[in-house]
Ligand binder design. Structure first.
Ligand SMILES: NC(=O)c1ccc[n+]([C@@H]2O[C@H](COP(=O)([O-])OP(=O)(O)OC[C@H]3O[C@@H](n4cnc5c(N)ncnc54)[C@H](OP(=O)(O)O)[C@@H]3O)[C@@H](O)[C@H]2O)c1
Length: 347
């Protein structure tokens, strides 16, 4: 008889007691027996969050063996893959191996289904037996291992009309385009930072769709490569490259492009720290900044905005919003160019 677990997974928290699995320092990753409301997953691929992977790779001097060592250490210490420096996780692709007795027949999953988990690796019990391949260009790591999805954990079945690694890549950042869909109205000026990256491109597409011909989408990229890619996609009214850690310089460009009106909505999709003030300064009074980036500091954003007297609404990039998986996969289905770029980069 299986033991009954807590919906949110607190039964697996080892230390400190009483907290939820995400903030816990250590959780139980023993998979020999599962609780009656857990799903056991045979893991194939980890999609490490971009801010986390960039950080681990830098610490490892981009040496795959060192990356492996850091990843094993993280999981050994915490029972999950929460990057101790960025606090972020990622998500995973795997096959449902076992469904707890209490969930059987109550969910639309069966053993053998291929799924992507849509809850962070920073709270997901994980065991890594072997690291098979690291794909640094796409932050993906193929492993042999197991993971647990709690009763409250959300997931998406991998669609059959696209390669699974393509779906995994897009679902990793599904919160961003879906929040963009909610925030952007016809006629808005939307400024997207890190616009040539994975979540950035999805947001540009969604923003243009929502603001329509009367609105304006401005994309800020970094490298010439991502800048060229975004220009070619044609989703933005203006694309420029720059360094988002330079707030005043960037503000000037956005001011020129908007006749001093600045953005109604700014979406931050970078994978590096210290871009909070660029986001704030490029947004009009009473406008909205959506910080999707995991490298965002609450303190820097809050105190920085106060420091320049900016009355803007700031939204923390919740990775989940209703319908996020459907909105994201739909983008790849409806735009052939976007899908082509994603297939080239991530599939
Ligand atoms: N909130 C959530 O739930 C959630 C979930 C998943 C991911 N995330 C976070 O979302 C962010 C974006 O993820 P992603 O997968 O889209 O990352 P990505 O594909 O690596 O894109 C990041 C982009 O940031 C740009 N960038 C880097 N340095 C810059 C600078 N100094 N100035 C301007 N742009 C710069 C890069 O441009 P170049 O390529 O040209 O250098 C790149 O296009 C990450 O921080 C990730 O951790 C959040």
């Amino acid at each position: 008889m299986q033991k009954h677990g807590n919906k949110y997974g607190t039964h697996r928290v080892i230390e400190p007691k009483g907290v939820l699995p995400q903030p816990a320092n250590k959780i139980d990753n023993n998979m020999d027996e599962i609780y009656d409301n857990e799903i056991l997953i045979d893991v194939k691929t980890l999609n490490i969050d971009s801010a986390s992977f960039t950080d681990i790779s830098n610490r490892a001097n981009h040496d795959p063996e060192q990356i492996k060592k850091i990843m094993f250490e993280i999981v050994e210490k915490q029972g999950k893959h929460r990057n101790p420096w960025t606090g972020s996780g990622g998500m995973l692709l795997g096959v449902v191996e076992k469904i707890g007795d209490a969930l059987k027949g109550k969910i639309d999953l069966k053993e053998g289904d291929k799924i992507a988990t849509l809850v962070s690796l920073s709270l997901t019990p994980l065991r890594i037996d072997e690291i098979l391949e690291i794909r640094p260009d796409v932050d993906q790591v193929d492993i042999k291992g197991k993971a647990i999805l709690f009763e409250s954990g959300i997931y998406a079945k991998i669609p059959t009309d696209m390669p699974e690694k393509l779906a995994l890549s897009a679902l990793d950042v599904a919160g961003a385009p879906a929040q963009t869909a909610k925030l952007c109205k016809p006629g808005d000026t939307v400024f997207i930072i890190g616009a040539g990256g994975k979540s950035g491109m999805l947001c540009c597409y969604e923003a243009k769709k929502r603001v329509g011909v009367t609105g304006k989408v401005i994309g800020m990229c970094h490298s010439p490569k991502s800048t060229e890619r975004l220009i070619k996609l044609g989703f933005c009214d203006h694309v420029f490259s720059g360094n988002a850690t330079n707030p005043v310089e960037t503000m000037q460009v956005v001011s020129d492009l908007t006749n001093g009106k600045m953005a109604d909505v700014t979406i931050n999709n970078v994978n590096i720290p210290d871009t909070e003030m660029t986001s704030v300064l490029c947004t009009r009074e009473d406008g909205t900044v959506y910080f999707f980036s995991m490298a965002t500091s609450f303190t820097k954003a809050a105190l920085g905005a106060e420091g320049v007297g900016a009355d803007v609404n700031m939204i923390i990039g919740n990775g989940y919003t209703k319908g996020h998986a459907e909105i994201t996969l739909q983008e790849l289905r409806e735009n052939a160019e976007l899908r082509k770029v994603f297939e080239e980069l991530y599939a």
